[in-house]
Write a new protein. Structure first.
Length: 475
């Protein structure tokens, strides 16, 4: 402000002197005559102008100072600056408040997104990890299937070993003396007395067979004195359907010790064991081989004798029979009793390991049988699946009966993950079925191989005779 004022003052003085010189130069002649007056006036004027100039400078300087004081103190410091400070403060507070509001919105948005994500995860977990009742049925019905299969394998081994011991004449078997103990003939070749005949006459004989021709033999099992349980055992040694095909479970359990030989007539709790052995004796090895005295085959001569050849042929026939009998034993094994049912009221560490209590509910829902008022099942279900369901019975329910219930299909309107679990369980059951089919195919292949060997046996004997004739002619 002061710099601008000095410039204006200098230009004012310059203009003043220029104006004075121009006035003297263009002054009239009459005025020029009075030079002394002019000089006096000029001197006076110079002093007046000097004072006027000083006054003017002071006035201008004072005005500028007042202006400066007004602008800096009165206008800026007293009015503009406080207003701008308050305005800046208010803008800052409002901006911070707006930022806090925006941050609150962000926090609320993140909080809501987090809650939504947790709810989605919770709902997904509830959907994915909440098993349905239909899924639990697979686990409950298959809980004892492995141990039942293992018991069946043991049954197959026992039946196979028993058949071999009988045909080979092992001690403590009906065939230890050959046909002499298994079947006894009189001088005319008629069956007179044998263990199998006694068993037939006392257990399986039907007096109405052969037009009542067996009435004299079946006196021990006359219809008039038979119970329902005994009548069901009639012809069980030859009736393959009623013994092997119809029931789901056979009362076969070779792991117990309920049959003892200390009594003349030991009690039998698992009668199907006797039925299966009797049928196996009728089907395989009906006529036992004559026992060759051991002294005739104990030595090892350089050349085989006829007795040696006969004994080896006997073992060859027994081997072929065992291949055919293996299928029979496998079916009996699949239908042998499964794991035993432990008392449900037992302590938790001895929970029931049998699937019967779950199979009963499946069959009841199918309308097979109703449950009594006391909670016990009637005889129809027990007659169908047995007290201790076999491997075959459990697979029958898992692979067939379970899908005959309409509730199975309505329960498929379930969570997608549960449907996938059911699909996986069904694939596992299908895999078990395929393993069973594989075992059956392997048995068929073994049987076919034996049949093929029997078909070429005559050709083989003829070739061997030709070779022997060639050797004789060469000598």
């Amino acid at each position: 402000m002061r710099v601008k004022y000095n410039r204006k003052k200098k230009s004012f003085k310059t203009g003043l002197w220029i104006g004075l010189i121009l006035a003297l130069f263009f002054m009239p002649q009459t005025v020029k005559a009075c030079c002394s007056c002019v000089a006096t006036i000029a001197a006076w004027q110079s002093m007046v102008w000097k004072e006027a100039e000083n006054d003017f400078d002071k006035k201008i300087n004072q005005e500028f100072l007042d202006l400066e004081r007004f602008l800096v103190r009165d206008l800026w410091a007293a009015r503009i600056l406080p207003v701008m400070m308050r305005s800046a403060e208010q803008l800052t507070v409002v901006a911070i408040q707006q930022a806090m509001i925006i941050g609150t919105f962000f926090d609320a948005s993140i909080q809501m997104e987090t809650q939504l994500l947790l709810q989605e995860i919770r709902a997904k977990a509830h959907k994915d990890y909440h098993p349905s009742v239909g899924m639990c049925e697979f686990g409950s019905l298959s809980k004892s299937i492995a141990v039942s299969e293992r018991r069946g394998e043991l049954t197959s081994v026992v039946l196979s070993q028993r058949s071999q011991d009988r045909q080979l004449g092992h001690i403590n078997t009906t065939g230890m003396y050959g046909g002499d103990l298994d079947k006894v003939y009189d001088s005319e070749g008629q069956v007179m007395k044998s263990n199998r005949l006694i068993q037939f006459a006392t257990l399986f004989c039907n007096e109405y067979d052969r037009k009542n021709g067996l009435a004299n033999i079946c006196q021990a099992v006359a219809w008039s004195g038979l119970s329902i349980q005994d009548k069901m055992r009639i012809n069980k040694d030859i009736d393959y359907y009623s013994l092997m095909e119809e029931p789901w479970t056979l009362k076969i359990n070779y792991t117990n010790n309920q049959i003892t030989d200390t009594l003349p007539s030991p009690p039998i709790s698992n009668e199907d064991e006797e039925h299966v052995m009797a049928m196996a004796s009728n089907l395989f090895g009906y006529d036992l081989f004559v026992r060759i005295p051991p002294r005739h085959i104990v030595n090892k001569p350089e050349k085989l004798t006829e007795l040696h050849r006969a004994y080896m042929d006997m073992r060859s026939i027994i081997a072929k029979r065992s291949v055919a009998e293996n299928s029979f034993n496998a079916i009996a094994a699949m239908k042998s009793e499964g794991n035993l049912l432990i008392n449900p009221s037992a302590p938790p560490d001895t929970l029931p390991h049998s699937a019967r209590i779950y199979m009963e509910h499946v069959l009841t829902e199918l309308g097979v049988d109703d449950v009594n008022s006391d909670g016990s099942t009637q005889d129809e279900i027990l007659a169908m699946m047995g007290e201790n369901p076999s491997y075959y019975a459990q697979m029958e329910v898992l692979t067939k009966k379970l899908y005959q219930n309409p509730d199975f299909y309505t329960n498929l309107y379930d969570k997608p993950v549960n449907v996938e679990r059911k699909t996986t369980a069904m694939q596992a059951i299908k895999l078990m079925q395929k393993f069973d089919m594989l075992k059956s195919v392997l048995r068929d292949e073994a049987t076919l191989s034996v049949l093929l060997e029997l078909a070429v046996m005559d050709v083989q004997d003829e070739v061997e005779k030709q070779i022997e004739n060639i050797d004789v002619s060469a000598e």
